[in-house]
Design a binder for this molecule. Structure first.
Ligand code: HEC
Length: 113
């Protein structure tokens, strides 16, 4: 008599595996976008370069419902005077299109990002 394991007995393992796989992917993709857009030249995860760290930005805009929209516009058009006198240059749409800018901003706003 073969051991008959019902299908649902395997599901927790499959769920954990797919969680692990999906947790890594989006972060990786957005980091590549930040690289492609040249953001990493002036921004780092947790220290100030020419621009504020991703972490400082995430803390400042924590809980603001419109943060992704607002910051995406600032990344697109450039920004000055919010963090200090040093301006951020506009981001060329040929470098990062609107969806890419939004993806990077949504990623950097995550506290764990
Ligand atoms: C040449 C350097 C430079 C590059 C390249 C750059 N930034 Fe910035 N960034 C800055 C500086 C400087 C500030 C602070 C501007 C200010 O005080 O308003 C800033 C501010 C920001 C802010 C906060 C804006 C606000 O209103 O609080 C975000 C979000 C941001 N950058 C994202 C990005 C992303 C995404 C990219 C890549 C597409 C990028 N930056 C590329 C220098 C840069």
């Amino acid at each position: 008599m073969p051991i008959h394991l019902p299908l649902f007995a395997w599901m927790p393992a499959a769920a954990v595996l797919s969680l692990l796989l999906s947790a890594g992917a989006p972060v990786h993709a957005s980091q590549q976008l930040a690289e492609k857009g040249g953001c990493n030249v002036c921004h780092a995860p947790d220290k100030k370069l020419l621009g504020p760290s991703w972490r400082d930005i995430a803390v400042k805009y924590q809980g603001q419902a419109n943060a992704v929209t607002l910051l995406s516009q600032r990344v697109r058009k450039g920004s000055q005077g919010v963090w200090g006198p040093v301006p951020m240059p506009p981001t060329d749409a040929r470098k990062l299109n609107d969806a890419d800018v939004k993806a990077v901003v949504a990623w950097l706003l995550k506290p764990s990002g």
